[in-house]
Ligand binder design. Structure first.
Ligand code: 13P
Length: 253
């Protein structure tokens, strides 16, 4: 049984006042949710503020990226140990914005995953196809390649400490969403890729959907058998929207 995970990726948004207010509104209601793991991933500058606002709640803390190096002369970078020191349990890696805007390759993403897992963080590996790739009919090959590089570098066993997020690039921040059937098809092909190497890991590894998940489409996506949660961008900046998405994981809510 996979516990659903709803993760908010705040991207480059927020200040201390906004973070404190958002966390208080989320934690007040999150206490009443059962059987869903709630995760907030603010920018680096807000990790400690959010950590303190989440204290005593059932919400977890994560970061949006990290460096592959442990420490030293890497101006502007943040290491896995620094994230742990701030109370992070998770780190998002390979987000399409990092791949597209900052040129992160499949290989670099895989190296980061290796360091994150070795450093005791649970990595959220983001994968997804561009609009052109979907239109060319190569969606599943693209995703398979992105995941295979990680399997090659970190080994299938590391997927015990890893969450996968399928985020079609064309659906991120656009208001376009993969239909539940489109998303389920990709999620299922990811699970089959894992199952071809280790059936038990395939069964337990959570695969989140990301890309314009909102309160009004969350439930139909989350009802699909291979969709185990969401990685939420825009809607994570509004406490009530985020909470509604969390509630959508509960079949009776
Ligand atoms: P949106 O929910 O704003 O489309 O962003 C999705 C995303 O990129 C989460 O990482």
């Amino acid at each position: 049984m996979r516990t659903p995970l709803i993760a908010g990726n705040w991207k480059m948004n927020g200040d201390q006042d906004m973070a404190t207010a958002l966390c208080h509104e989320i934690t007040a209601d999150a206490q009443t949710l059962s059987n869903v793991e709630v995760l907030l991933c603010p920018p680096f500058t807000l990790l400690l503020v959010v950590e303190s606002a989440l204290e005593g709640s059932r919400c977890q803390l994560g970061a949006q990226d990290m460096d592959i190096n442990a420490n030293g002369a890497f101006t502007g970078q943040i290491s896995a140990a620094m994230l742990k020191d701030c109370g992070c349990k998770y780190v998002i890696l390979g987000h399409s914005e990092r791949r597209a805007i900052y040129g992160e390759s499949d290989l670099l993403v895989a190296e980061k995953i290796k360091i994150a897992v070795a450093g005791g963080l649970t990595a959220i590996l983001c994968v997804g196809e561009s609009r052109e790739e979907r239109e060319s009919g190569i969606t599943e090959q693209v995703i398979e390649r992105q995941i295979q590089v990680v399997i090659d570098i970190v080994g299938i066993q590391s997927f015990n400490n890893l969450v996968i997020a399928y985020e079609p690039v064309w659906a991120i921040g656009t208001g376009l969403t993969a239909t539940p059937d489109q998303a389920q098809q990709v999620h299922n092909s990811i699970r089959q890729q894992l199952a071809s190497l280790d059936a038990s890991i395939a069964d337990t590894c959570r695969i989140l959907y990301g890309g314009s998940m909102k309160p009004d489409n969350a439930r139909e996506l989350l009802e699909k058998p291979d969709i185990d949660g969401g990685l939420i961008g825009g809607a994570a900046l509004n406490a009530q929207d985020f909470l509604k998405i969390c509630q959508a994981t509960c079949p009776t809510a």
